[in-house]
Design a protein around this ligand. Structure first.
Ligand code: HEC
Ligand code: HEC
Ligand code: HEC
Ligand code: HEC
Ligand code: HEC
Ligand code: HEC
Ligand code: HEC
Ligand code: HEC
Ligand code: HEC
Ligand code: HEC
Length: 332
């Protein structure tokens, strides 16, 4: 049995073994990678593992890595290291220097290092090293499922079960956000607020806005700035406007939240408060609900400042091309 195994290790394990640094005594050092069979169901060595790990062989075969025709894909030992001693000893957790991704004592960097021996040049991963995930001990396998969930899809899926049907879940597709919010609980709670980007509805994904593999930008967003990100979808807010509203150019998040809010239109605060953070001493705005301070006077309390009052008149709040006063003051 060990003879058969060795034949396949020569190529498959070499690169990874080297990268992991003396994982196990591996003598065939400088050998050329052995030519692999062109079509296979799973790595041939899997037959050896199967006797003891049937479930893992089957779930591996369901992934893109394990599918037939993917001759460049990893074998069991590309990821788990040289298993000679493991098998000789009859298996066991950590026995024979086997590399276990669920082993908490193994650092995230080491786990990711296994994947990066092959995926280093993927352009999605260019900024992995400077990303928040790597810096906070999140490994590739924290998000990616290298052994598929039985019955669910065949891609190297994210760790996301099919969503259950709920009033807000209008799709049966596997939704990416569930992988993310398993850790990002605070974001999860924002997604169900009355106003939210349609993420749980499956129309927008976390990765439409973020690169989970790292980016040099603020909060790993996919654009150089927040307004550039927002405008990539909300192009109608882009301008140029004859009459611009300075905070809009500066940062959409002065007034909006990015994930969810209890106020309409993802507003960070409700109107008129959202305006009066900046406009307090103007000609007509004043104390929020004070009758006198508005234009109403004591006998006719102002309604202008109530609810979305400001916006009833200052409708073109993101900028306007209307002529004269209508434009200058963002009026209808
Ligand atoms: C691309 C990398 C990769 C390949 C290839 C791979 N695995 Fe895994 N394996 C993992 C990761 C990551 C985990 C941890 C997550 C999990 O338990 O599903 C894991 C978990 C396991 C476990 C359970 C470990 C534990 O801690 O209990 C076994 C057993 C296993 N794999 C065997 C195999 C066998 C057998 C093959 C070949 C058919 C194989 N693996 C191929 C990455 C891989
Ligand atoms: C003779 C049976 C046997 C064979 C053959 C065998 N294993 Fe294991 N392996 C075990 C046992 C038993 C465990 C401990 C499982 C547990 O505690 O849940 C184990 C654990 C593992 C683990 C988890 C290690 C850890 O520290 O978390 C991995 C990964 C693994 N085996 C991979 C493989 C691979 C890959 C092969 C084939 C190249 C293989 N095994 C062949 C019996 C075997
Ligand atoms: C021995 C090389 C090798 C190793 C090690 C390896 N991969 Fe891969 N991986 C591949 C190849 C080859 C493909 C298939 C590329 C293709 O078909 O486009 C692939 C595909 C993928 C894909 C894309 C799947 C899809 O559905 O499009 C992901 C995600 C991935 N690997 C993640 C990982 C992770 C995470 C690890 C580490 C646990 C890992 N890989 C380890 C070679 C490797
Ligand atoms: C925080 C979660 C997360 C982590 C950590 C993560 N990924 Fe991914 N990965 C994703 C998501 C989500 C996608 C699909 C969306 C996308 O393309 O951005 C993806 C896609 C991929 C793809 C397919 C990209 C393509 O070419 O289409 C590869 C390959 C991949 N990841 C490899 C890795 C490797 C290697 C690591 C570790 C160095 C890693 N990932 C870490 C979430 C993650
Ligand atoms: C419409 C674009 C967009 C989508 C979709 C999105 N985000 Fe964000 N996210 C942002 C922006 C912009 C920031 C920066 C916020 C700031 O500067 O206050 C951010 C910040 C973050 C932060 C760090 C700051 C914080 O609020 O804790 C995390 C973590 C985060 N997002 C995770 C996620 C996750 C997880 C998802 C999917 C459930 C997601 N995001 C979906 C745009 C988005
Ligand atoms: C295994 C846990 C885990 C998973 C899964 C995970 N993250 Fe993270 N993420 C973290 C940790 C830890 C940090 C760093 C601390 C923080 O900012 O919360 C982080 C940071 C971030 C940040 C940067 C926040 C900042 O302030 O710069 C963003 C954005 C983010 N994650 C998005 C995602 C997305 C999108 C996904 C899903 C594709 C995801 N995360 C999946 C653990 C995780
Ligand atoms: C990937 C595309 C995309 C990006 C990037 C994006 N949005 Fe959205 N946004 C949407 C979609 C889709 C909707 C829902 C529109 C609908 O229901 O008609 C939406 C809705 C909104 C709404 C209205 C919410 C409501 O309750 O009516 C606001 C406000 C908003 N986005 C602000 C932002 C801001 C601020 C940013 C930048 C942080 C941003 N968007 C980035 C796609 C995007
Ligand atoms: C000065 C505060 C402020 C800033 C800054 C701001 N918005 Fe708004 N935005 C609002 C208000 C108030 C509403 C609600 C308008 C209404 O209810 O009539 C709104 C509504 C929206 C809507 C949903 C309704 C619609 O008009 O389609 C989108 C989308 C939106 N804003 C995108 C953006 C983007 C993108 C940016 C940055 C380029 C931005 N906003 C910057 C105050 C602001
Ligand atoms: C972050 C601060 C900020 C917020 C919040 C803000 N504005 Fe402004 N607004 C400004 C600045 C700065 C100007 C430019 C003033 C100037 O040119 O004298 C301006 C100009 C205006 C003008 C045109 C006034 C003029 O003299 O040209 C109107 C009308 C206006 N804002 C209404 C609103 C309304 C309504 C809201 C709430 C939806 C709001 N603003 C929220 C900072 C803000
Ligand atoms: C009934 C319509 C109406 C409502 C409601 C209203 N405005 Fe105005 N606002 C105007 C008009 C018209 C102007 C043009 C200049 C003028 O006639 O005073 C103006 C001018 C302004 C100006 C620029 C002049 C100055 O005073 O600096 C700002 C800033 C402003 N409004 C903010 C607000 C804010 C904030 C609210 C909500 C608290 C609000 N407005 C509610 C109609 C309204």
């Amino acid at each position: 049995m060990r003879q058969t195994l060795r034949k396949y290790w020569l190529g498959a394990v070499f690169a990874v073994t080297a990268a992991l640094g003396g994982m196990a005594a591996f003598s065939a050092g400088a050998a050329e990678p052995a030519a692999k069979p062109a079509a296979r169901v799973v790595a041939p060595e899997a037959e050896v593992c199967k006797g003891c790990h049937e479930k893992y062989v089957e779930t591996y075969a369901k992934t893109k890595h394990g599918q037939s025709g993917n001759s460049k894909g990893p074998d069991c030992q590309s990821c788990h290291g040289d298993a000679t001693e493991h098998i000789k000893a009859g298996g066991g957790k950590g026995v024979g220097g086997i590399f276990g991704f669920n082993d908490k004592k193994v650092s995230a960097d080491k786990k990711s290092g296994v994947c990066l021996t092959c995926h280093d040049s993927n352009r999605h991963l260019t900024f992995w090293d400077s990303g928040k995930h790597k810096k906070n001990d999140v490994a590739c396998s924290s998000c990616h499922l290298l052994h598929a969930t039985p019955g669910a899809g065949s891609s190297i899926a994210l760790k996301t079960p099919n969503p259950s049907i709920g009033p807000q879940q209008t799709t049966q597709r596997t939704l990416e956000y569930e992988t993310c919010t398993a850790c990002h609980k605070q974001i999860r709670s924002q997604l169900t607020k009355p106003s939210h980007h349609p993420i749980i509805e499956g129309r927008v994904k976390c990765t439409d806005c973020h690169n989970p593999h790292g980016a040099l930008s603020h909060a790993m967003i996919k654009s150089e700035s927040v307004p550039a990100l927002c405008l990539s979808c909300h192009a109608e807010k882009r301008g140029p406007f004859m009459w611009e509203h300075p905070p809009v150019e500066e940062n959409c998040l002065t007034c909006h939240n990015s994930h969810g809010s209890n106020h309409n239109r993802l507003l960070a605060e409700k109107a008129p408060n959202v305006c009066q953070d900046c406009h307090d001493a103007g000609r007509h705005p004043g104390t929020v609900y004070g009758g006198e301070a508005g234009w109403g006077g004591p006998l006719a309390p102002s309604t202008r400042l109530i609810a979305r009052g400001c916006l009833n008149c200052h409708y073109q709040i993101h900028g306007s091309n209307a002529p004269a006063m209508r434009g200058k003051f963002f009026l209808r």
